[in-house]
Design a protein around this ligand. Structure first.
Ligand SMILES: [Zn+2]
Length: 235
């Protein structure tokens, strides 16, 4: 997980300062979207300070569209991001407007890594992860994500497949203790040709000796394996 520490580079109010708290009191990780197309910690910090007159940026982390995680506030800073619960929560902002766009693959992977890391550091369970709009009194669509689906995704164990120390870039799923991979991806990675016969519902993994066909030539049936003809029988 790569986290870029931008805490000291962001706009701050000339006189106001956020209060501090202890980490023991933190009960929630609150997911937000920025409701903007683009932007980053710098632009959000300027908006929060200059337009909203806050002491500093409201979030603790910002996750950019390419999956970069920006660290924007110490965890013990009671910044503003969810009314009534600021003193017991950490704010994580995903850049984007998810009322009109979908969460990027890179952001999904980054938020998973970040949240799982924070949950274990703070000794919290997955039910601590909330969308901004899951707090009563929050009249907002933010983060405009299916939070149950997100929590389910965050809970799924990540499985990686290696062949001889080389990590395969293929989708893997763990379900009920069984690891599932796409057979085409795995087969091709192992050097097989993968063929699908839709009539018979069969998958063929073919390597080395490939029976191309059996054909008749004159008085003989020939099998053709790797372009080499062999007599199988007489007609
Ligand atoms: Zn929000």
């Amino acid at each position: 997980m790569e986290i870029i520490d931008v805490r000291k580079q962001l706009a701050r109010h000339p006189s106001k300062e956020y209060t501090k708290r202890t980490l023991e009191g933190i009960k929630y990780l609150v997911v937000h979207h920025s409701a903007t197309s683009g932007g980053d910690a710098s632009s959000f910090a300027r908006y929060h300070v200059n337009n909203l007159d806050w002491p500093g940026i409201g979030y603790h982390y910002v996750i950019l569209e390419d999956g970069t995680i920006q660290w924007t506030n110490d965890l013990n800073v009671t910044s503003y991001h969810v009314k009534g619960y600021n003193n017991q929560s950490i704010g994580i902002c995903l850049v984007g407007d998810f009322t009109i766009e979908i969460l990027k693959k890179e952001q999904k992977a980054a938020v998973k890594e970040l949240i799982r890391n924070l949950l274990s550091r703070l000794n919290l369970g997955m039910d601590a992860v909330k969308g901004h709009n899951e707090f009563s009194g929050s009249a907002t669509a933010c983060p405009a994500l299916d939070m149950d689906a997100l929590r389910k995704f965050l809970n799924e164990e990540q499985v990686e497949v290696y062949i001889n120390n080389e990590k395969l870039d293929i989708p893997v799923e763990l379900k009920g203790g069984v690891t599932y991979v796409a057979i085409r991806s795995l087969g091709e990675a192992l050097g097989y040709d993968v063929e699908w016969d839709g009539d018979k519902n069969r998958v063929y993994l073919i390597k080395d000796d490939v029976l191309e066909q059996v054909q008749q030539e004159g008085n003989y049936y020939l099998s053709i394996i790797n372009n080499i003809k062999k007599i199988v029988s007489e007609v």
